[in-house]
Ligand binder design. Sequence first.
Ligand code: ADP
Ligand code: CA
Ligand code: CA
Ligand code: CA
Ligand code: CA
Length: 422
Amino acid sequence: MPQRPKLVLAGQLSVFPWVFDAAERAGIDLILIPRGDDSVESAGRANAVVELLPLDIDGNPDGALSALADRYRREPFDGIMSGNERVIPFVARAARELGLTGLTEEAAAVVRDKRSMRQRLLEAGLGVPGFVVIKDPDSWTDALALRFPVVVKPANGHSSFGVIRADDRDSLEQAVARTWELVDTHLGAAYGSDSDIGVLVEEYLDGPEISAESLVYHGRVRVCAVSWKGQLTGPYFEETTLRAPAQLPAEILAAIEAEVIGAHRAFGVTDGTTHTELRLVGGVRPVLLEMTARLGGGGNMHHLAHVSSGIDLAAEALRIHLGQEPLCWRAEPVPAGHAAAYLVPIGSGGRVKRIRGLEAVRTDPQVDYVVQTAGPGAVLRPYPDWSGNPAVVLSHHASDAEAEAYLAHLARTLHVEYEEQE
Ligand code: ADP
Ligand code: CA
Ligand code: CA
Ligand code: CA
Ligand code: CA
């Protein structure tokens, strides 16, 4: 019997089950490098995880790499994959040193920085909003060259943390100051060096938002699923709903595909899986917001792709990182229906008492996954000073209308209850 392939999964939060479940389905064993803030006890619990390898990737990447290389020499593994945004450059470096499939270090650096993504898209002749890089808080006036409204954001953020819409000169000045302060306080450690710190101001792309989940193998891109996020107008951009497949005419879907494929070329992303966010300007013209070279939403985008396209996205991603051709390159998958994701909004913030309505959801036959990431006692700050959601509900439905109605139902019934303020 051939040996089961073994893959190192770096920094995947264990409360998110999708990649672990996919590995089990695909017969792949995982060596998990737990995320620094994860509980080691829960990290080992997934059936697919056969080994835990605690490494301080954020704090000591060189030490982590040499420990990983030692582990490889003891008994080689067959691949390595990123389980969160911050480990992407480390995983690219490790893949190159160990001769495994992955991104080049250059591509990994490009997709970690919104300034480089914008620059590459511009050079490739793809759609880009007007943008200005702010190098220090006092240079906010550089952005007055742009057309209002604009969006201020960290060059290297995630989950809409510190992303603020500004409609005029006064609110631009305030937004740059606020975003800069948030970047300074919370994102400092995420940067390779001080010179990486920065804030970007972009012209506002007016139109509904979508996301595209893709696989890329030896440079060939397959857009597996397009999801509908709807209208997010700001001033802060907390995501709450997604549904797939997005109900769009074939010519718009083709334009989205062309833009997404072009972006992979422009960024040099040749192998793995990606989550690309776009806006449909005027409802028709796709323009990239950004791309990330991993499964989106901690893996929850796998569910939307799996249901809506039939492609086992997370399992295919693991295969690519094992150097294998994805199965959907040869066998056409069969879509299974419509999928929805509801990300419970933080609302006012505070100390969590409970999430009202969540228990009823758990027993609903349309619901496939309920993942709660903020339990009683957790302290959540309201946007723009936070990133993430206290809970996510993933479901499947017979039609887009049913998915939409279910999301509206969840929006009415699920609420975070906070402790009374003293
Ligand atoms: P992050 O890495 O924090 O997710 P994004 O660039 O994706 O950063 O911005 C977060 C959200 O802010 C987007 O999903 C979108 O809703 C909104 N946004 C960002 N840039 C723009 C823009 N230029 N025009 C309109 N909305 C934007
Ligand atoms: Ca286990
Ligand atoms: Ca991002
Ligand atoms: Ca984003
Ligand atoms: Ca997002």
